[in-house]
Design a protein around this ligand. Structure first.
Ligand code: ZN
Length: 873
């Protein structure tokens, strides 16, 4: 039913022209912007060819080649292309004068207006809304950009690269001009321009070789005081990349601009990063510890792209994970180095399981390297980013740190200044690591299946203890969900394992050994050097060594043992998660396993006693139940309301059973709670967890404490207090929420968290609440953060959103259609909340289907249509 254009990887052909140099001239006027482009074009072929340029909503004024204006027969202009016939066979200048209207552009792509300032977003295909250009990532050019504008309205004029000069116009003292030059060739998606009334906060960074880099953050007036965390984070990232990867920053200045209306988190434009303001403006009074850490990691992520993404870019958008997977891996390693490897790993795995595994189970599941797409904007997914990062992590483990680094450096040296593919990356990584591909200890073709095959692979593990020989026999079997015809597609699955003796004080039988599952079935034998009476305990997929799901015949006793004793953070945490999943699953099936629940609660008490205040952050993760999406994925047929109720009941039980221990614990950690981030963050997190359980245990004192804590000078504490009161239908919840609103109503970034809180709180009349929030005087329809907070937030009010009369779904559908009219990229992301419709119980399924049809029948953008059609398939 769709007549949309599908782009296929197999159709890739190289562009018949090179464009080594582009001069762009922007004349910003009151109602339009005139863009003059001069491109130096080198034909690759020796015969005359048509030059095809993309263009979207651009008014063409004039075209000339080598100074001669073309007549209308020499080119053809359609709604999305400009084709110039019979171009010269040797190098020529192409000059195009055109006009665009950024003032009425609500898509937040190309050049657009955000709170009085002009800004750009070009990735993936926004540059074609600025000027006629091939707009594909394999065309790399050096850019020189002149910007001219009114001095009062646009005192700050920015573009990529280094500033050459700036001056007032001689013939008009109200206007000024500035010239930017970027000496490094880049693809058009990395182009950026910003013009507006901005304040600047500057700092300096000296590289290891002694070069001075000017660091500049541009924000709206009044926000200067919130930039220190961002600057510190940037300088840490610059240092880390030099120390760990040997990569130094290459331009003389590094600029970051904070923008309120932004579709993404942030954008790595060469030398001029543009950030969603919520990822720049923060201190411990306005942002939680988690948010501070996220800002630190996003700033690092965009900075790291300077080499992995910008200096070496993607040949085409099918290679998106080449830059994103690698750069996510780099930012994850950065955070792990700065804070705690073990905790970071748990957070990343938890995210992967709740979002990427969920994506793999649904209709929008795709490979890390997809074969085709309609709107590339729909492929900025957790599969490309987070699963992509897991593939790099497996290579790091398989190669070992030293060889991995050698491989990365070899890749960077060989592909600097060019556009590469994921295969180029893997080949060159292996070549650099082993000097010769023949020496690689695993089959590279099998590893590449990780890029080509969609879905989460499954591993089945069966262990048998041979007590006579003291040998643990373990059999492994791998199965890919995409292998529907049983072709036995094989992957390289690295499995890091240990094996513990159950004997008190017993030596481990194996410690952090690597087993490579490289065929469909493979066996492993673990021998004990001393006689063991009882079967030892296997700890498997330590550090989450492969992004797979696994099933094993490990017993409840084994998991309890590991939850108490495993020395790998991830495996210890995961064992507790396995038990909690089992308990909640039984409750949902109305088959409560009381003995398991008792043993688990006792284990928790023991863990609290043994870990106490030494590692509060870890203790807090051990006490946290699995996420909602992860719980949904346990069932073939999902009853969302019941999952919500039963997981809440289980938390009430924990709260009731361990309240004494929690009260003692909360007293012990108080001394550290007021320390400045990153210190004290573990204690603050743990305090939040304790409050949540005690509030569920109806502890009246805690409820009062939480209301008072909303006033705290630490945003982490204030938000932890709100979170603890959230599931309750209590006057304290309302009081705390109102208090928070009054405190923060003038700060839009913080207020988004209040919008999200109110929209997702389990109000019984959720639709009315959300209607009121959308009509609220502080709600900004142009800000994707606000839209996601309220509309996205509503989907987390499980009982209202999933109400059996279908009203929640219908309401959501109507709102998505409205959002799509102004911002297709945001709408196409939100619509994915309907992607699991087929997995729900009959009544929910029927109602959700009706709502999806409603969206499908509306006049929607091609971005949203692509997702909706996939969902309906
Ligand atoms: Zn990125």
């Amino acid at each position: 039913m769709s007549n949309q254009h599908t782009t296929k990887l197999s159709d890739y052909t190289s562009y018949p022209f090179l464009i080594p140099k582009i001069y762009l001239d922007f004349d910003i006027r009151s109602d339009l912007v005139e863009v003059e482009s001069l491109m130096i074009i080198k034909p690759k072929l020796k015969e005359s060819a048509s030059l095809i340029l993309k263009g979207n909503q651009i008014k063409l004024i004039a075209i000339s080649i080598n100074g001669n204006e073309l007549n209308s027969k020499e080119y053809r202009l359609s709604s999305n292309e400009l084709v110039i016939y019979n171009t010269p066979i040797s190098e020529f200048d192409l000059q195009i004068i055109a006009q665009i209207d950024p003032f009425r552009n609500t898509s937040l792509e190309g050049l657009y207006l955000s709170a009085g300032m002009l800004t750009t977003q070009c990735e993936a295909e926004g540059f074609r809304s600025i000027c006629f250009h091939p707009d594909r990532p394999d065309i790399l050019s050096k850019y020189t950009v002149r910007i001219e504008a009114d001095k009062d309205l646009y005192p700050v004029l920015l573009s990529n690269g280094n500033k050459k000069n700036s001056s007032n116009l001689r013939n008009n003292k109200h206007r000024h001009e500035i010239l930017w030059d970027d000496p490094f060739p880049k693809p058009s998606y990395l182009f950026a321009l910003v013009a507006g009334k901005l304040k600047i906060v500057s700092d300096k960074y000296f590289t290891n070789t002694g070069r001075l880099i000017d660091v500049k953050i541009y924000v709206e007036s009044g926000d200067e005081k919130y930039t220190h965390h961002a600057i510190k984070s940037l300088k840490k990232a610059m240092k880390w990349d030099e120390d760990v990867y040997g990569l130094e920053y290459d331009l003389d200045e590094y600029k970051i601009v904070a923008v309120r209306h932004f579709n993404m988190g942030a954008m790595e434009n060469k030398g001029l990063n543009i950030f969603n303001s919520k990822l720049v403006l923060a201190d411990s009074e306005t942002a939680t510890d988690d948010e501070l850490e996220r800002i630190e990691s996003v700033i690092a992520h965009e900075y790291f792209h300077n080499w992995t993404g910008n200096r070496i870019t993607c040949r085409d958008w099918f290679q998106l994970s080449l830059k994103e997977g690698l750069t996510v891996f780099r930012d994850q390693s950065f955070t792990a180095d700065l804070h705690s490897y073990g905790i970071k790993r748990i957070e990343d795995v938890s995210f992967l399981r709740n979002f990427q595994f969920a994506e793999d189970k649904g209709p929008t599941s795709h490979a890390v390297k997809p074969k085709e797409y309609i709107a590339i904007d729909n492929f900025y997914t957790t599969t490309i980013y987070e699963k992509g990062a897991e593939l790099i992590r497996m290579l790091d483990l398989l190669l070992g740190k030293e060889k991995f680094m050698r491989g990365i450096n070899f890749y960077i040296k060989n592909f600097d200044g060019s556009a590469a593919t994921t295969e180029d990356f893997i080949e060159s990584l292996i070549k650099g690591a082993y000097l010769d591909e023949q020496n690689c200890p695993f089959d590279i073709t099998k590893f590449l299946n990780w890029y080509y095959e969609p879905g989460t692979p499954k591993v089945y593990i069966n262990q048998q203890w041979d007590s006579k020989k003291s040998i643990l026999n373990v059999s492994f079997e791998q199965k890919l969900p995409s292998d529907k015809n049983n072709e036995n597609i094989e992957m390289i699955i690295p499995i890091l394992y240990s094996c513990y003796s159950r004997r008190e004080g017993g030596e481990p039988l194996a410690e952090n050994e690597l087993f490579i599952l490289d065929s469909n079935k493979k066996n492993l034998q673990i021998r004990s050097l001393t006689p063991e009476k009882d079967s030892p305990v296997l700890s498997i997929f330590r550090r989450f060594s492969s992004p797979v799901q696994w099933e094993s015949n490990l017993s409840i006793d084994d998991y309890l043992f590991l939850a108490l004793n495993d020395n790998d953070y991830f495996s210890r945490w995961d064992s507790g998660q396995v038990l909690m999943r089992e308990i909640i699953k039984n409750r949902i099936k109305e088959k409560c396993n009381y003995s398991l629940e008792n043993r688990f609660i006792n284990a928790l008490k023991e863990i609290i006693k043994s870990l106490e205040i030494n590692d509060s952050l870890f203790l807090s993760t051990l006490l946290t139940i699995p996420g909602f999406a992860e719980l949904e994925s346990l069932f073939e047929i999902v009853d969302p309301t019941n999952i919500y109720k039963q997981s809440l009941n289980f938390q009430v039980l924990i709260g009731n059973e361990i309240q004494q221990e929690l009260r003692v614990l909360s007293q012990n950690i108080l001394v550290n709670v007021d320390k400045q981030w990153p210190m004290g963050k573990g204690e603050r997190k743990l305090l939040g967890t304790i409050w949540a359980y005690l509030a569920l245990a109806e502890d009246g004192n805690i409820k009062r404490t939480c209301v008072e804590a909303v006033n705290s000078s630490s945003m982490t504490i204030a938000r932890a207090a709100l979170a603890a009161l959230k599931p309750l239908d209590s006057p304290e919840t309302v009081e705390a929420s109102n208090l928070f609103y009054d405190l923060w109503k003038e700060n839009p970034v913080v207020l988004d968290s209040w919008f999200s809180y109110e929209a997702s709180r389990p109000h019984s009349n959720g639709i009315n609440v959300v209607e009121k929030l959308l009509a609220h005087s502080k709600f900004d329809w142009k800000a994707p953060n606000a839209i996601r907070a309220v509309i996205g937030g509503f989907s987390k009010n499980i009982e209202s959103f999933h109400s059996l009369d279908g009203q929640g779904y219908l309401f959501m559908a109507e709102k998505i259609i409205e959002v799509d009219k102004i911002n297709p990229i945001t709408a196409s992301r939100i619509v994915k909340i309907f992607s699991k419709w087929k997995t729900y119980i009959e009544k929910n399924k029927e109602e959700m289907y009706k709502s999806i049809l409603k969206i499908n029948q509306a006049n929607i953008s091609s971005n949203t249509r692509e997702v909706v059609e996939l969902i309906l398939k």
